[in-house]
Design a protein around this ligand. Structure first.
Ligand code: C2E
Ligand code: MG
Ligand code: MG
Length: 728
């Protein structure tokens, strides 16, 4: 014990404990005792004593009350030499209680002193109030006092250090908390610099720079005022060679860099590298660097989170192929363009027609390239466009100024053929346009409006259509009708009627066309011209079409059993061709009904053929080789490429009613003539529909038309009526 005392007694200034920073030049000791003699004895006993280079400074109080007062005014007091019995028997103990509980001073060390052994406090009190020592006044020799003070001061210092550390840790926690919650790099970077400066006790001047991918270019993520303009740019653009050099050194040497003017911290990370550059007024202490280090782990986590968040945001909001905003993003963004008083923008929704043909026919790779090309075309044609997004697989959306949006020019630009790899593709589009004045506060709703216009364009076989509120009413009406149709079809309320077809030379019935009828229940019928397109859109036509084919087969069977060996023509819609194994299904049905395939004819419109030319050619060829005949219905109304005509395994061309109707006026007759000679040229039969007058019959015969169908001969009629008609 003696040697330890010697070590500290009268120790000189250059103490070995340099880590303990001097807050005060003294150790402040408060002596509390109602006996003035004790004060002087204590002072005398401890005169000249120093601990770790610091002398003692005495404060004096002569009652518990006074002690509290002195303590309030001298928070630097670290030791309390406290008499237990003063103005009352427990005056000393109530001082202790007050100091700890009311003042909240848990650091000051307390050595209790009492004259009589009977007044010793209980062990419980000593523990509860963190009393360092308990001494009889008789024990207060110099040696014992020094030892007692030595341990008390040491423990005081430890407590202060702990408090400091916990304060620093609280700071780090707060700093870490402050940097969390930033989901973008610039604000995160700024926050990191600010917090790190706080920890190092310097002014915040600095930046965070790094590369988000391993070998990517180093860019400035964020920083204080001076570096704001550099955010997002390469580090080399920073107008401060020192910053560039230090960050570079940091990466090259794989370690923090510290100079008298700045500290550059390296942030370790798996797939990224980053550094924080911070100016400092003086080099940080070892302890500050340690705290900074703890903080940095949180920065790293934050950095990775942001990277992750951005990646997630990318996945959630960007289309991976085109790098355009996706549907979700678009829906989010368009809402902010809702300004009912404004009508400056139009939202253009662009659907690539028959995109699946490209994908299926030329491969996904080509499909992807086409999408890229369309995106580029849109970017090029809408330089003022905003929010260009990929909204669906083959659907793009863009906002363009209403003034200057010329739909014809826009379409012309869009339909210029696309060079995609080795292919040059001519594409068609369906476009819905919605004016800003019609926008809804909900993004999804606005998108829906443009889709209504787009779908209307598709149904009307137009390219472009503008949204208007009555479109929406029409839509509701359509939906109601589809529901009703589905129900009536399930209840077997639909009927198939037949219209005879005659040979113009012999004037005998050579076939009939099966035509759907939907009874309203009030004695009349809804036209197939109305409900068939609805059934096509709803996909219901697949089931209905199959049913019509079955009806047609059994009708043919019945007809031939009655000696009328005529064929039955069935209309086929686009969606039916899209069913896998459509040809197989038709063959199967024909075989099940045991009818000769050549007595069943399929009527396909030009739109069917044009929709998926390759599939259609393949399917029709298969059916043709089975024996089924194929006719092109409504010929002349929309066939855009005659070259396909040669590829198709056709038996007949049906001259559209529109061209027959005009006869004998000249131009219509001319088209009929053209179709007839084209048919002859291709070795196909021609049949004219919608023949209503004797004059038309004569002219058609003179033109060399083979067959006719029309009200002039017979209207479409129910099954039994046809049987009666044929009998007569
Ligand atoms: P479409 O295949 O061109 O059928 C001929 C249409 O012309 C029939 O109309 C028929 O009633 C009508 N028509 C026949 N002769 C004359 C005439 O002399 N004058 C006039 N003004 N019209 C005549 P309908 O029955 O209303 O059918 C309309 C369209 O509905 C059909 O045109 C066809 O495209 C479609 N359709 C009818 N049944 C079916 C079916 O079972 N499946 C499919 N996919 N479509 C069908
Ligand atoms: Mg037809
Ligand atoms: Mg027709």
């Amino acid at each position: 014990m003696a040697s330890e005392q010697e070590e500290f007694l009268f120790a000189d200034q250059d103490s070995t404990h340099d880590s303990l920073e001097a807050v005060s030049a003294y150790w402040d000791v408060l002596v509390v005792d109602d006996d003035p003699e004790i004060h002087s004895v204590t002072k005398l006993a401890l005169s000249g004593v120093e601990f770790w280079g610091r002398a003692l400074k005495f404060h004096h109080a002569y009652s518990g009350k006074e002690a509290l007062e002195v303590l309030t005014h001298n928070p630097e007091i670290c030791i309390l030499l406290l008499d237990v019995v003063m103005e009352s028997d427990d005056a000393g103990l109530s001082v202790v209680k007050k100091v700890r509980e009311e003042f909240g001073n848990y650091a000051v060390r307390i050595i209790l002193r009492t004259g009589q052994p009977g007044y010793a406090p209980e062990e419980k009190v000593i523990r509860e109030y963190d009393i360092n020592d308990y001494k009889m006044k008789t024990e207060l020799t110099r040696g014992k006092l020094v030892t007692s003070l030595l341990t008390a001061i040491r423990s005081y210092q430890q407590i202060c250090e702990l408090e400091q550390q916990s304060l620093a840790l609280t700071n780090i926690l707060e700093a870490s908390h402050a940097i969390l919650g930033h989901t973008d790099m610039p604000s995160f970077g700024l926050s990191v610099v600010n917090q790190l400066a706080k920890i190092l006790g310097s002014e915040p001047h600095g930046l965070v720079a790094g590369a988000i991918e391993k070998d990517a270019k180093v860019i400035v993520f964020g920083g204080t005022q001076t570096y704001l303009t550099n955010i997002g740019q390469g580090l080399e653009q920073v107008d401060n060679g020192r910053v560039i050099m230090q960050v570079q050194n940091c990466f090259d040497m794989d370690a923090h860099q510290q100079t008298d003017h700045d500290v550059t911290f390296l942030l370790q990370g798996k797939n990224r590298r980053a550094a924080i550059y911070l100016e400092v007024a003086e080099p940080p202490s070892a302890a500050q660097m340690q705290f900074a280090e703890i903080f940095l782990t949180n920065v790293s986590v934050g950095l990775d989170n942001i990277k992750l968040i951005n990646e997630l945001r990318d996945v959630a909001y960007k289309d991976a192929l085109t790098r355009l905003p996706n549907r979700a993003n678009f829906v989010d963004q368009i809402a902010q363009y809702y300004k009912p008083e404004q009508d400056q923008l139009v939202f253009v929704l662009i659907d690539i027609a028959q995109f699946s043909d490209i994908n299926n026919g030329l491969g996904q790779e080509v499909g992807n390239l086409l999408l890229q090309a369309v995106k580029e075309r849109l970017q090029q044609e809408c330089p003022q466009g905003e929010l260009l997004s990929r909204i669906g697989a083959d659907v793009f959306g863009v906002l363009v100024p209403k003034q200057g949006f010329d739909e014809t020019l826009f379409l012309d630009a869009l339909t210029v053929p696309y060079q995609v790899g080795e292919h040059v593709l001519t594409m068609h589009f369906h476009i819905g346009v919605c004016c800003q004045s019609d926008f809804s506060p909900q993004g999804l709703e606005t998108l829906k409006l443009a889709y209504i216009a787009l779908n209307q364009a598709k149904q009307a076989r137009q390219t472009l259509n503008w949204y208007s509120s009555d479109l929406e009413e029409k839509m509701a009406w359509r939906l109601g009708l589809i529901r009703q149709l589905r129900q009536d079809f399930e209840l077997r309320k639909l009927e198939v009627w037949y219209q005879p077809q005659l040979c113009l030379q012999t004037m005998t019935v050579i076939g009939c066309e099966a035509l759907l009828r939907w009874p309203t229940g009030k004695g009349d019928y809804i036209s197939p011209g109305v409900f068939v397109p609805l059934a096509e859109d709803a996909g219901l036509i697949v089931e209905i079409g199959q049913w019509v084919l079955e009806q047609a087969c059994s009708m043919q069977k019945q007809l031939s059993s009655l000696g009328h060996d005529i064929s039955v023509a069935v209309n086929v819609s686009v969606p039916q061709f899209k069913v896998a194994n459509y040809a197989q299904q038709v063959k199967q049905t024909i075989m099940e009904h045991d009818v000769p395939p050549e007595k069943i004819e399929l009527e396909v419109t030009e739109s069917v053929v044009m929709d998926e030319i390759n599939t259609v050619v393949h399917t029709l060829s298969e059916l043709k080789s089975f024996g089924v005949e194929v006719a092109i219905d409504d010929f002349g109304t929309g066939f855009s490429s005659l070259s396909y005509l040669q590829k198709l395994p056709l038996a007949r061309l049906k001259i559209d009613r529109a061209f027959v109707k005009g006869i004998p006026q000249e131009d219509s007759g001319a088209i009929a003539e053209l179709v007839i000679s084209l048919g002859r040229h291709l070795g196909l039969k021609t049949i004219a529909e919608g023949v209503e007058t004797q004059e038309q019959v004569d002219i058609l015969r003179a033109l060399g038309c083979d067959e006719v169908q029309g009200f002039f001969f017979a209207r479409p009629m129910a099954q039994d009526d046809l049987l009666a008609y044929l009998k007569s």
